[in-house]
Design a protein around this ligand. Structure first.
Ligand SMILES: [Cu+2]
Length: 468
């Protein structure tokens, strides 16, 4: 079983650096009763081949091993480990960890890359090598330590800026139009980006995305926006649900320590994005200044069992994805539209570790999904499910699309999706432009409950007439 798993992992991994390695972890992290899909390795290292002082070597490419020659790789016992190899010298190389039967294809061209993935299922010190004749003797050998506790975890320094997917407000139900007030504070805070790395986020109410605002068509809404005293920038807010100058941005440009407000009437039902609209707007949005406002139609939305609030965003950092410590904004990468990070709800762990999204078998799930962006269009998809209904482009008054696999959501756009969960397991929220998963864009929805063999069942032995 284990061997099969590994060979499948390796077969999958040799497709290249950008391939997504899917480990069907038989033990499952969360559920004994259901099949869990491990879609990301637990730890990733990137090595580059090079020639140093007449010797052939591996050099660490990112993170704590950056620049180190034949760096020691330390991983936890049981971890799924990915090692990427980039050809830095143009000679033919590969990478192998013989003790785990992991071996890559050969790289020939300078700049080409490959990877291996394996499960580090035994403790001890092992070797990673290049298997080409003479290359180990020439210096291409390093140590991988499994189960060593010698790597000190960097203590998190940033605050948790990830917005809860559960904060979706109260459904309006049958009520009539009313007056309401929305209070926003714009802030600049050092937030946790991933394990061991931080970023200076700009936010509404210290969360990314900002608060989910729930209104009804015909409501009269007063928006009070305060820019925190310790901000460095002017901030503002543009609601796509507002009919008026700049969606409110024309009258909310607030210097640090000042307040602005305006009142609008919600004329059009729908699911709308809001964002900061202060130059450079793309930078303010990227840094985390976006959220959503729902304008429910008369009579409210149909009742469902679970509602979630999820938004996709991008970060453009000078440091490459995976770099420890504080990551800083890069104007060049923003203008080139080349994000180093993509996230659901603000950071890499928001919907995989920090907030546990759950549903029970038989329940109906609704996701309010929006793209803050500022640039990437999302191909929103849930692995292991089919959207029963898609309210495309946030249009809540037309009949929804039905039975949809993947739906396009524009930057500054939104979509409401609904589906019934029929079988237990871990569903995976992605943008099906799956290179982005490698930059942090993934979320989980855990479905608990009894197996539903009618809908899905695994076979312990290959079925006689099913072929492969
Ligand atoms: Cu701003």
């Amino acid at each position: 079983m284990e061997r099969k798993l590994i060979s499948r992992l390796v077969a999958c991994a040799v497709l290249g650096l950008a391939s997504v390695s899917v480990a069907y972890a038989a033990t499952g992290h969360e559920h004994s009763s259901s099949t869990s899909v491990q879609i990301r390795p637990d730890v990733t290292y990137t090595l580059r081949t090079d020639i140093a002082d007449g010797k052939l070597v591996f050099i660490g490419e990112t993170g704590a091993i950056k620049g180190k020659v034949n760096p020691q790789l330390v991983v936890a016992e049981g971890a799924v480990v990915q090692i990427n190899l980039v050809n830095g010298d143009g000679a033919t190389h590969d990478i192998s960890v013989p003790d785990f039967s992991a071996k890559s294809n050969q790289l020939n061209a300078k700049g080409s890359s490959t990877s291996i993935v394996f499960k580090a299922n035994k403790k001890g010190d092992f070797q990673y090598i290049c298997t080409l004749p003479g290359h180990v003797q020439a210096g291409m050998i390093g140590k991988i330590t499994v189960g060593g506790g010698s790597v000190a975890k960097q203590a998190p320094k940033g605050v948790d800026i990830s917005a809860s997917p559960f904060d979706v407000g109260q459904p309006v139900g049958k009520r009539g139009p009313q007056k309401m007030t929305v209070n926003l504070e714009t802030t600049e805070v050092l937030g946790q980006l991933a394990d061991g790395s931080t970023y200076k986020y700009w936010t509404f109410n210290n969360k990314v995305p900002g608060p989910f605002i729930r209104t009804r068509v015909g409501d009269t809404v007063t928006v009070n926006m305060a820019n925190a005293k310790d901000s460095h920038m002017i901030h503002s807010v543009d609601f796509h649900a507002v009919t008026g100058p700049g969606g409110g941005a024309a009258v909310t440009q607030a210097a640090p320590g000042s307040k602005k407000s305006f009142t609008f009437k919600a004329l059009n039902p729908g699911l709308y994005v809001y964002h900061c609209a202060t130059p450079m707007v793309a930078q303010h949005i990227s840094n985390g200044m976006y959220g959503m406002i729902l304008v429910e139609p008369e009579g409210g939305l149909p009742k469902v069992d679970r509602e979630f609030y999820v938004m996709q965003g991008e970060l453009y950092t000078a440091q490459r994805h995976g770099t420890q410590g504080e990551n800083e904004f890069s104007l060049d990468k923003l203008l080139a539209e080349q994000p180093e990070h993509l996230m659901f709800n603000g950071n890499h762990d928001a919907l995989t570790k920090t907030h546990r999204m759950e549903a029970k078998v038989g329940e109906t799930v609704r996701i309010f999904f929006g793209v803050g962006g500022p640039n990437a269009t999302s191909s929103f998809h849930v692995i292991g499910e089919i959207f029963d209904r898609v309210y495309s482009m946030g249009d809540l008054t037309s009949a929804p699309l039905q039975n949809v696999q993947t739906t396009t959501v524009a930057p500054g756009g939104a979509t409401m999706v609904e589906f019934k969960v029929e079988a237990p397991g871990r569903l995976i929220l992605v943008d099906h432009a799956l290179s982005r998963m490698e930059k942090g864009l993934v979320g989980f929805l855990h479905v608990d409950g009894p197996e539903n063999a009618d809908v899905f069942r695994a076979h312990s032995k290959p079925d006689g007439d099913s072929g492969h």
